[in-house]
Structures are given as structure tokens and as C-alpha cells.
Design a protein around this ligand. Structure first.
Ligand code: SAH
Length: 212
């Protein structure tokens, strides 16, 4: 159930659903997802669905992970990505195999601990994580050429837009709690910010404050 054949089938589904970036597809094919969920959920790890990871949170749907990665990389490979909402650590593991360096921020300490263990198990050395409210980004390392937000705010946090480098891309779901959200792409130009609507998405809400 966690075999390579099961993963190959998942990648075929992602292809059918429109994912085109071959590097993203290859990384999805060769990255274990079952180590990012509870053992009791492992048999469902290669279904194209979000799954509960405790604390009312979910590991994102594989299609969403692939799609957001593809959108972020569409203009070339950024040196570094800031992810807001580490959750299980699966999305950051995928990114860590696509870009040189990943910074990721999570507000729930217990989830971050588990994500760090999974990253350690995979031997990932280019993921740097922090326990804090990611609404404020991670200022010391800013600006970022790429930002990915994996929880939905009602409105785009201004600090995140401020931490986007010129030419940088930010992919973020925007919309109220319990509603469908609009996945958006922001591109910072020299003197303006371009905003594009992508597809409808379903994310857990971006919440204030860090908790144990
Ligand atoms: N990228 C994750 C998706 C996890 S769900 C994965 O691959 O599994 C979104 C996560 O965002 C949750 O773990 C939630 O706790 C976290 N989150 C919500 N609001 C946040 C905030 N303000 N700062 C940091 N993390 C936040």
C-alpha cells in the first residue's frame, strides 16, 4: 500500500489532473508521503486527498502540493522558498528537493516537532524551520524570491507581500473560514504587484499566534 506502484498511480492521477512540470512529478513520485501521516492513516497516504494530522489540521492534497509547487517554479528555480504552515512537513520536503533552500514556519509546536522528525528521517539538510506565527513571515531572511502559504487568511497579510523580492512569486489561498478559497498568485514587479486568480482551493485557516 506504500509501494512504488501506488506512488506511480498517484503521479498518473496528477498528470491527468493537469500537472505538467516533470521535475515536480518526479519528486512527487519519489518522495514518501506515508511518513508524514499517522501510522493509522498510512494506507491512505497515496490517495489524492487531504488527511488529518491532528490538532485540527491536515496534510494538503497531493494535487494541491504539486500545483502550488508548479506555479511557484513556473518562472525558474528560486534560490529559496518561504513556506507558511509547515503542518506535516510534506510540502516542505517536496520543495526541498526542488529548490536549494526552504524556510518554513508553523504556529503549532507539536506539529513542527513531528515535521522535523520526518525531515530528519529523510535526511533533508536544507529545510530550516521555526515555531512562530507565519503571518509575519520570517523577516531576517527576507526578501524571498518565492513564498508559499498553505493556510488561508481572509486577506493577504501585508508583511508577506513586503517580504517578496522584486520578480518574486507568492502563491496563497485567500478567503474566509469554512468557505472555498481562491488560490492566488502574486508577482512583485519593480513598481507594482501583479495579482492572478488561479483555481478554487480548500485550506485550513491561517490563524493568529503561536501555540504549544
Ligand atoms: N504544508 C502543510 C499543510 C498543513 S495545513 C503540509 O504539507 O502538511 C496548514 C498548516 O498551517 C497547519 O499546520 C496550521 O497549524 C498552520 N498555520 C495556520 N496558521 C498559521 C500561522 N499564522 N503561522 C504558521 N502556521 C500556521
Amino acid at each position: 500500500m506504500t509501494s512504488q506502484r501506488t506512488r506511480d498511480r498517484l503521479v498518473e492521477r496528477l498528470r491527468e489532473k493537469g500537472i505538467k512540470n516533470e521535475r515536480v512529478l518526479e519528486v512527487m513520485r519519489t518522495t514518501p508521503r506515508h511518513i508524514f501521516v499517522d501510522e493509522a492513516m498510512a494506507h491512505r497516504a497515496y490517495e489524492d486527498t487531504a488527511l488529518p494530522i491532528g490538532h485540527g489540521q491536515t496534510i494538503s492534497q497531493p494535487y494541491t502540493v504539486a500545483r502550488m509547487s508548479e506555479v511557484l517554479l513556473a518562472d525558474g528555480i528560486p534560490d529559496v522558498v518561504l513556506e507558511v504552515g509547515t503542518g506535516s512537513g510534506y510540502q516542505s520536503a517536496i520543495l526541498s528537493r526542488l529548490v536549494p533552500k526552504v524556510y518554513t514556519v508553523e504556529r503549532i509546536s507539536a506539529l513542527l516537532q513531528r515535521a522535523r522528525e520526518a525531515h530528519h528521517l529523510m535526511g533533508l539538510l536544507n529545510v530550516f524551520s521555526k515555531h512562530s506565527d507565519g503571518t509575519w513571515g520570517w523577516p531576517p531572511n527576507a526578501p524571498y524570491p518565492a513564498i508559499m502559504v498553505t493556510a488561508a487568511p481572509e486577506q493577504v497579510p501585508p508583511s508577506l507581500l513586503q517580504q517578496l523580492a522584486v520578480g518574486g512569486r507568492m502563491v496563497i489561498p485567500v478567503g474566509g473560514v469554512g468557505r472555498r478559497q481562491q488560490l492566488k498568485l502574486f508577482i512583485r514587479h519593480e513598481d507594482s504587484i501583479e495579482e492572478k486568480n488561479l483555481e478554487i482551493a480548500h485550506f485550513v485557516p491561517l490563524l493568529d499566534g503561536a501555540v504549544r
